[in-house]
Write a new protein. Structure first.
Lengths: 472, 76
């Protein structure tokens, strides 16, 4: 005996649904979602997959799929279902993960996620319900709306030169090497409904066998959005939509890939692994004695990109870290690697730091004229300003500020290269603030400078900057 | 709507309360044995019903119907 009836993969009563009629769906009369839901549910039951299935629902009318399917459910931000499905699948490799999406969700806001999940060959199944319109929001033009098709936002019909052409996702995705199976079907007449049923089962089977990414586009009617009777909508679907969205198999590698070949190795979260990973990121910095600051340092370092402004900030931060202080380093720079402006904010404090931003630095380093112009006035009275006089022509207000005028680039050039003017400045900064002993800083630099053949040159540069201030 | 006198014969049945009257089942039935009721259900739809004879149990109406629980087809 054969009985066709409501699948056990559906809840018997849709308790999550609000309002009365808890055994009926929220879909409009004649909507294609219901047909597809039924065939997915039936396939999951027949293939005994329901208990390990996670269905990711989209934004759109099918946002409420979790009302109906008695399996794992999650609902993704608009367009992000394939990204969420990727995470679910990779964290739970034994699960069957379905990304169920409409055309606005999949082909507009979620285009990137769609393409990249396919391109990675994620072992998930995407069911793409294409009804050529934004149904839930009231029938606006979607990426798949056909030329000439009227919608609330294209009252005269979609026009190529104004709105672009309908996007064909199967055709686009089938150019990618990774996907295993891509087919377009239609829930139109009975013959095509049964073809859809077959495609749904095939896609799920491919995933269950670990054969990779499967994508089934299902042309589906939206009688309400199209303003048609349900039976007329089915006819229009077969007569008109299939002209723009031809049915058929676009890609099928399921016989050519081995079972399990797209399974991902799963490593459960484990603290030791995370610690081992973090250990690899540790610097070579040696242990140092605790140093308490007489006064917190709130530094702004500014100049051209390429002068080592950000590295100067890093060096000072590393010295502070080694000394057991709270530190923050916050770079700000343009897109240029060299020639643009760059600055960084560095805080060294005995206490916890609230914000990494430094609006009123008590230490300002300027290595070009625009930086002097921009930041001098931000330094409170009595603050320290260090100026590389090789480059900066202007003079700071020495009545108001404690100024160190040092030809840092010239000194660095004498040491070996003007590129290490930043380290000359660091030496001057340490001397002028008295925050650390020069030996302490040089020990730190010795351990953090990666190019070991440059260590001695940097030691010399630091010493020259330090002595310049001390000998003034 | 089940014809108890003919339990050996295939039949379809409609849960009139869940039917939304879209008529898709009517159109796909090869034997034209599904019709639309003059009555309204509690959601104000005219539900489909089995006219009572000649169902072959092909199941096409089941798959044409978007509503999970509205149609049941039995083929002994």
């Amino acid at each position: 005996m054969k009985v066709y009836e409501k699948s056990h993969s559906f809840y018997e009563v849709f308790e999550r649904k609000s309002g009365p009629a808890k055994e009926a769906t929220h879909y409009c009369p004649g909507c294609g979602h219901g047909n597809v839901h039924k065939m997915i549910a039936e396939a999951l039951e027949d293939m005994e997959l329901t208990s390990r299935t996670v269905l990711v629902s989209p934004v759109g009318c099918s946002v409420f799929a979790y009302y109906y399917f008695d399996c794992g459910n999650t609902q993704a931000a608009h367009g992000r279902a394939p990204a969420v499905a990727t995470g679910v699948k990779r964290a739970n490799p034994d699960s069957i993960v379905i990304s169920y999406q409409g055309d606005g969700d999949l082909a507009a806001i979620g285009t990137a996620e769609t393409i990249h999940a396919a391109n990675r060959g994620e072992n998930i199944t995407v069911f793409f319900i294409n009804n050529a319109i934004y149904g839930m929001t009231g029938g606006q033009m979607a990426p798949t709306t056909m030329l000439g098709q009227r919608s609330t936002t294209t009252p005269l019909g979609r026009q190529e030169h104004v709105h672009g052409n309908p996007i064909r996702m199967c055709e686009m995705l089938s150019t990618l090497p990774a996907p295993t199976y891509i087919e377009r079907v239609a829930v139109g007449d009975s013959k095509h409904v049964m073809k859809t049923r077959k495609a749904i089962r095939k896609a799920l089977k491919i995933q269950a066998e670990g054969k990779g990414y499967s994508f089934v586009e299902i042309l589906s009617p939206c009688p309400t959005g199209w303003k048609m009777d349900p039976t007329v909508a089915r006819d229009w679907l077969m007569d008109e939509m299939t002209k723009v969205f031809p049915l058929g198999v676009f890609k099928d590698e399921s016989d050519n890939v081995d079972e399990g070949s797209w399974d991902r190795e799963f490593k459960p979260f484990d603290t030791d692994q995370v610690n081992a990973y973090l250990d690899r990121l540790k610097t070579s910095m040696t242990e140092g004695a605790q140093v308490t600051l007489k006064e917190d340092l709130h530094c702004k370092f500014a100049g051209f990109g390429g002068q080592g402004i950000l590295t100067l900030g890093l060096f000072l931060s590393q010295i502070g870290m080694r000394a057991g202080q709270q530190v923050s380093w916050f770079p700000a720079y343009g897109p240029e690697m060299r020639g643009g402006t760059a600055n960084c904010s560095v805080n060294l404090s005995n206490e916890r730091i609230g914000s990494p931003l430094v609006d009123e630095p008590n230490v300002l380093v300027v290595m070009n004229q625009p930086s002097l112009d921009a930041f001098e006035k931000t330094v409170p009275d009595g603050g320290l300003i260090i100026v590389d006089t090789t480059i900066v022509q202007g003079k700071p207000d020495t009545d108001r500020l404690n100024a160190v005028m040092i030809p840092a680039s010239k000194i660095a050039d004498e040491v070996g290269t003007p590129k290490i003017a930043n380290v000359v400045i660091l030496g001057a900064l340490v001397a002028a603030t008295g925050a650390f002993t020069p030996e302490y800083c040089m020990e730190t630099l010795r351990s953090v400078i990666k190019k070991k053949n440059l260590v001695e040159m940097n030691m010399e540069a630091f010493r020259r900057g330090y002595d310049f201030v001390k000998n003034q | 709507m089940t014809n108890n006198a003919a339990v050996d014969a295939p039949f379809m049945e409609v849960n009139a309360e869940l039917c939304k009257g879209c008529q898709l089942c009517v159109g796909v039935c090869p034997k034209s044995v599904i019709a639309i009721s003059d009555d309204l259900n509690s959601a104000s739809y005219h539900p489909a019903y089995y006219t009572g004879a000649d169902c072959t149990g092909c199941g096409l109406c089941f798959y044409a119907c978007p509503e999970p629980g509205a149609i049941k087809v039995v083929k002994p």
